[in-house]
Design a protein around this ligand. Sequence first.
Ligand SMILES: NC(=O)c1ccc[n+]([C@@H]2O[C@H](COP(=O)([O-])OP(=O)(O)OC[C@H]3O[C@@H](n4cnc5c(N)ncnc54)[C@H](OP(=O)(O)O)[C@@H]3O)[C@@H](O)[C@H]2O)c1
Length: 279
Amino acid sequence: MAPSYNRDTKASELVSHYAPLIRGKTIFITGVSPGSLGHGFVKQVAAAKPAIFILASRSIPKMQSVIDELHTAHPDIKVKPLALNLLSFAEVRKAAETVNSWADVPNIDVLVTNAGIMAVPYHQTEDGIESQFQTNHLSHFLLANLVMDKILASKSPRIVAVSSDVHRVGHIRWTDPSFNNGKDYQRWLAYGQSKTANSLMAVALAEKIVASVLDNKSNVGVAREVDSQLDLGNGRDVHGVTREAADIACAIVAVLGHAGLSLVERGHDGGRVIGAVGN
Ligand SMILES: NC(=O)c1ccc[n+]([C@@H]2O[C@H](COP(=O)([O-])OP(=O)(O)OC[C@H]3O[C@@H](n4cnc5c(N)ncnc54)[C@H](OP(=O)(O)O)[C@@H]3O)[C@@H](O)[C@H]2O)c1
């Protein structure tokens, strides 16, 4: 059972509480540019000594300071930098091939699909898709599926799809996800669509993997750990809450604190679990 927490809860408190669950794990996270939520997550979680961090960024030079910081503070954690451009399915396939080729990473315990863009002007990717939908959701969906063998090789696999409470403003436009090739584009609706998709991916992965890949009966403990969805809420230094506190705290709780599929939301009063499947 996770401890109760609120807007004043510090990520460091949760990391220290969950340290036994973090120690020795292989954690793969996308989007760790300096100053981002991903960077904050890595910095905090590192204190509990995971064995390996796979850090994915579209620019390895851009995240070099994050890598250097990690090497200096925690020389015993292995860091595997990965070039990943979510705007291109071909680039995602290349990155997944690289991960799958790493003999020193036999399994991935936690995949955090965190990288994202928000409410950007209309752009169509080389794959012909609206850029927020591809970056935030479709490419992460592809990535997760391409490295799934390594995820399922973990004793307690977990996928965290980082969503946002902005999912409330945009449902999935099933017949027109690219907004009539931009003619009907509304950037916040497009962001909301991508964040709704993040949540639905988490739900679907939990259902499909539990039902069809893992043995529901004998592996129920593992199955319950497979998936989690994270809603970071209205995060950046608003309402007096900084990245060092509730945002990252929510992330850690979602990754490690609750068995089963957890729907975690950060509201103005702090993080709370709004729904759960399993124990
Ligand atoms: N901050 C908030 O208030 C808030 C609230 C709710 C949810 N969220 C969610 O939290 C996640 C992280 O947000 P953040 O605030 O940390 O954003 P951020 O500071 O802008 O960082 C986003 C990260 O995603 C990476 N990224 C963007 N496009 C990419 C691409 N095509 N390929 C690979 N990486 C790419 C960025 O790399 P570059 O530096 O190279 O662009 C950066 O590392 C997002 O999913 C966002 O939707 C944030």
